[in-house]
Design a binder for this molecule. Structure first.
Ligand code: SAH
Length: 396
């Protein structure tokens, strides 16, 4: 096995179990390794640190599979890691009854570059690192064995694969997709999941618990749901007794799915729902100009800052939508506002929201801190990952 030698001092993060080794930490590779091969990681003083996947094209030059120097990185290793990840969800009380579940959350489950989401009997797999790509067959076999699913559909079409020197890859890796739409039940609401053409793996599972809270807060309120995608927050709000729900997204296909989702739930009063295909930045201004107000507003935008380098532009975008959110709230109204930008931490996000409230001249307090659901664990060693953060803020 090739040996990856680190510069002096660069073993420190690995000893603290951080799974990434950046290009600048690497002294040299002794021996030959191809894309995704397993290498021994060795400190400058010769101390062995564990085993990692080699990613020569990426700034993250290697990702640790194991901090155990003798670990066999083989088919059985991946089947075991997959089974452990699935078992963690199965034993979690909040996840027991969920059709939609993230089964593998990359680094947090010890499997860098591996995402697996379950939608009923179908598992969607996304592989984003060279090492993960190399072990596809073992990971798929592990998922089939651990879940008893009828299909594993691969959605390895994320842009980050290019940084690893990998081509996109999509299609059934095992079994067959069911005919017709794939439906899951989330907090009592039926939702269609387009695993082939939807965003990410088809659905935003990380917001499941926050959608539930929205439903619980919605009774008797006029709701505005910005960046609604397929209507997850909108339908929970209707189910919770909202008097009206206006939902805005710029994606026509997402809104078409949202309309079908409403139809899948005949128990909901469709007359209370309105859908608008629009840019949220412009729509908020237009609503303000019309003098409209709402009692509950959800702002769940896409990632404005993929990395710290985009933080300033992202800060302005978050400030803008939150400012208009506050301006559109009625007295006693609640803003549920989110960021999934890796480049913006919770503290900075709170500052942005506070500054927006200040500019809007409202008196506001945080009534809930919002985070990703329990099937999206965040490694303790990861200070600011691309995890979801949010605040529920009530105005005076
Ligand atoms: N809240 C959703 C997920 C939102 S994902 C859920 O719970 O499922 C972000 C959404 O923002 C996507 O649907 C995307 O189409 C939409 N979007 C991105 N930029 C936008 C813009 N400027 N105006 C309106 N929608 C936008």
């Amino acid at each position: 096995m090739a040996r990856l030698l680190l510069h002096p001092g660069k073993e420190r993060t690995v000893l603290r179990r951080h799974p990434w080794i950046f290009a600048g930490s690497v002294d040299r590779l002794d021996g030959r390794a191809r894309l995704g091969d397993t290498v021994d990681v060795v400190a400058a003083d010769g101390r062995e640190l564990g085993r990692a996947a080699w990613s020569p094209a990426s700034q993250i030059r290697a990702r640790m599979w194991s901090f155990d120097t003798g670990a066999a990185i083989d088919h059985a290793f991946f089947k075991r890691k997959v089974a452990e990840s699935v078992a963690r969800r199965a034993s979690h009380p909040m996840l027991a009854t969920q059709d939609g579940q993230r089964l593998i959350h990359g680094e947090s489950d010890g499997l860098p570059g591996v995402i697996a989401d379950r939608y009923g009997a179908v598992v969607v797999l996304q592989l984003t690192s060279a090492g993960a790509d190399k072990w596809r067959d073992a990971i798929v076999a592990g998922l089939v064995q651990a879940t008893g699913c009828t299909a594993v559909y691969e959605r390895s079409d994320s842009d980050v694969r290019r940084l690893e020197g990998l081509e996109p890859r999509t299609g059934c890796a095992w079994g067959e997709l069911p005919d017709g739409p794939l439906l899951i039940t989330e907090n009592g609401v039926r939702m269609e999941v387009d695993v082939v053409g939807g965003h990410k793996t088809g659905f935003y599972l990380d917001q499941r618990d926050n959608r539930k809270l929205t439903g619980e807060l919605a009774h008797g309120r006029r709701v505005l749901n910005c960046f609604c995608y397929t209507g997850g927050f909108s339908l929970q709000a209707l189910a919770g007794g909202a008097t009206s729900v206006l939902s805005i997204d710029s994606s026509g296909p997402a809104l078409a799915t949202a309309a079908r989702n409403l139809a899948h739930n005949p128990q909901l009063d469709a007359a209370r729902a309105a859908w608008q295909e629009d840019d949220v930045f412009e729509a908020l201004r237009a609503l303000r100009a019309e003098g409209q107000t709402f009692d509950l507003i959800v702002l769940d935008p896409p990632k404005f800052a993929p990395s710290a380098a985009h933080a300033e532009r992202a800060r302005r975008a978050y400030k803008d939508i939150n400012l208009f959110g506050f301006r559109l709230l009625s007295p006693g109204g609640i803003l549920m506002t989110y960021s999934c930008s890796g480049g913006i931490g919770l503290e900075m996000f709170q500052k942005i929201v506070a500054s927006a409230a200040g500019d809007a001249g409202v008196d506001a307090r945080i009534i809930h801190r919002l985070a990703a659901a329990a099937d999206h664990p965040v490694g303790l060693a990861v200070p600011e990952g691309e995890y979801l953060k949010g605040l529920a803020v009530q105005v005076g």
